[in-house]
Design a binder for this molecule. Sequence first.
Ligand code: SF4
Ligand code: SF4
Length: 290
Amino acid sequence: MIRIAVVSGKGGTGKTVVTAALADLIPGSLVLADCDVDAANLSLVIPHEMKSARPYFGMQCAEIDTETCTGCGACRAYCRFDAIEETENGLKVNPLLCEGCAVCELVCPERAVTMKPRMAGEIYASSTSRGPLSHARLFPGAGTSGLLVQEVKQAALSSSGEMPLMLIDGPPGIGCPAMATLSGMDAVIIVTEPSISAVHDLRRLVEVCRGFQVRLFLVINRADLDPEMTASIREYCADENISVLGTIPFDPAVLSAVRAGKPVTGGSSPAALALCEVRDALCAALGVTE
Ligand code: SF4
Ligand code: SF4
């Protein structure tokens, strides 16, 4: 199986638009995963049918048994996240601050602290016309997005059967979810745009990707908005030996497609035609025929 992740140095570059279009255009069956778990939206632009949902348990949360607690304060003194608060009913753990480190459980002389599982989101299995889609929702304020990415990837792999290709919509940036996404990939497509902040973040992301020894590709979205900067991105890619799959022009058809909840494919708009060229270049580079 060829595993491809589409990522970006920063949000808003059009990464999901490119992923959805490639999912629609690449020949043959494939398994899809949305690993941008903090802002999952691939399912908004790929028609799908949800088949199942299951809870995701992230880090644990401490709970204090007020009957057993003597109020010695050791847990509070050792909690470096200030998650244990004094209330009129005794000490309570603030679940929004608790990082699940279990130090309080360790130091409690009365064994009054228990670590409890905490539901932090949901993992969904859906079907699309191209193949199965694994996606998730992380509850607001819940951490461990990197762990959830691993679970989404694992669920996608379990549903993939003999499928020859896996396509992931990855997160923006270089944080924990990005690391979890990049791990195990064969190829990474970075989507960028000609803006100072995007180019800055692109360089950081390329450095991170080098550590994963993946084949690197680039797509420049809205390239016509700043031809000079687009040319300098191309020069940078040539220096870094990164293959530019293509450029996508600014095109109102993209917004229309996103509003309609479908990929930017099938028409003769400039963006749709450019995305076909990106698909062709990718398939030729990876030897994908069907
Ligand atoms: S588990 Fe860690 S973060 Fe949570 S209350 Fe206990 S010491 Fe604090
Ligand atoms: S360490 Fe244990 S006994 Fe002491 S205040 Fe905390 S929960 Fe209560």
